[in-house]
Design a protein around this ligand. Structure first.
Ligand code: NDP
Ligand code: BLA
Length: 296
């Protein structure tokens, strides 16, 4: 049994609590035991699960693993504290708000001999699995992924290339390693509107564009236009939702890692993908923060 604590009770943290209380029968998650939750607010008990102080959770020998579901800005501090305390960690994406911090935390986990697992539910949706099947084996000519969503507080969520890491993860997982060719960002602070555009090249020098656009009342949506030698894909495939929730699937993966049931190769490939995406996010930020080039 791995005693587990959930840290940060927002949308994701609440789902984590629910899933921890109802593990999938005969899955490795059955061997996780919810000991309590940590919140910066005073919430008391939720469904008979008790709130624990942060220091008590860090010092509690009964707790071997922490699920960090706080706002992005607080990931770094929480991941570090729980790893330092000798606990395994599951953190919601993005694992950190800079590439150097992510590397540092990964090294800390290795030094401590603990699992550091980063949730990436965007890879677990049925529509994504279908999309991957449709893209596999096709030769890309050019492509665009355009995400829209409600306004975000950048102070808590970080730069859009980080808060939107799920989109970048899709592109890397679908098309392999990318290089950033340019990136710009338009912001209307008073209107809480932000639009970031990043241009990439694939290993075969094919262009890919990622647009991350957010503003008040904008619908959460993703539009794709992927053109291949064999034709264009203009819509995300439709797929029925899986019977197993996305966070539950992720929790099963974490539990498998705790039991040493995930191969070294898989672990290494995941680590590469996660750190590579954060490196690219960092590069995108640098491009966006560069003063506009003046063309004569
Ligand atoms: N929502 C989703 O579908 C997904 C979320 N994620 C990731 O999960 C993490 C958390 O996201 P999400 O749960 O959506 O964010 P929320 O904004 O719902 O929650 C973030 C944190 O804010 C605090 N909080 C929540 N509600 C309130 C409130 N009413 N008043 C004051 N503070 C509050 C909680 O911390 P505390 O309890 O300490 O106060 C909570 O952990 C992020 O890193 C995100 O990227 C990843 C994939 C999917
Ligand atoms: C309804 C309001 C709603 C909110 C506030 C919301 C928040 C939210 N959804 C996210 C991702 C995600 N959220 C979902 C799915 C869901 N997440 C949900 O809260 C629900 C109800 C679903 C529905 C199935 C998925 C699959 C991702 C991964 C990224 C993606 O593919 O969009 C993230 C992580 C950052 C990001 O990738 O943008 C946040 C903060 N999602 C929402 O749908």
């Amino acid at each position: 049994m791995f005693g587990t604590v959930v840290v940060g009770i927002g949308i994701a943290g609440s789902v984590r609590l629910r899933d921890m209380l109802n593990p999938m029968p005969s899955s490795p998650s059955e061997h996780l035991k919810l000991v309590g939750f940590v919140s910066r607010r005073t919430l008391g008990s939720i469904n008979e699960v008790k709130q624990i102080g942060l220091q008590d959770a860090l010092g509690n020998k009964e707790i071997q693993a922490a699920i960090i579901s706080t706002d992005n800005k607080s990931h770094e501090e929480n991941v570090r504290m729980f790893l330092e305390a000798g606990k395994h960690v599951l953190v919601e994406y993005p694992m950190a708000l800079s590439a150097s911090t992510a590397r540092e935390l990964w090294e800390l986990a290795e030094q401590k001999g603990k699992i550091l697992h980063v949730e990436h539910i965007e890879l677990l949706t049925e529509e994504y699995k279908q999309l991957k099947k449709e893209v596999t084996g096709k030769e890309l000519v050019k492509g665009t992924l355009h995400f829209t969503g409600g306004a975000l507080d950048e102070e808590r969520s970080g730069f859009p290339a980080f808060s939107g890491i799920a989109r970048l993860t899709w592109l890397i997982d679908l098309f392999g390693d990318l290089t950033v060719t340019s990136a710009t960002r338009e912001e209307q602070k008073e209107e809480s509107y932000s639009r970031m555009t990043a241009h990439f090249q694939t290993a075969n020098k094919k262009p890919l564009t990622w647009i991350e656009e957010r503003g008040p009342g904008m619908r959460r949506d993703k539009k794709i236009s992927f053109c291949f030698k064999s034709g264009c894909l203009e819509n995300l495939p439709e797929a029925p939702r899986s019977a197993v929730g996305l966070f539950m699937q992720d929790q099963n993966l974490f539990a498998k890692k705790l039991f040493g049931q995930v191969s070294r190769e898989e672990l290494a490939a995941e680590k590469w993908r996660i750190l590579r995406c954060l490196d690219l996010a960092e590069e995108i930020r640098q491009h966006c923060e560069r003063p506009a080039e003046i063309h004569s």
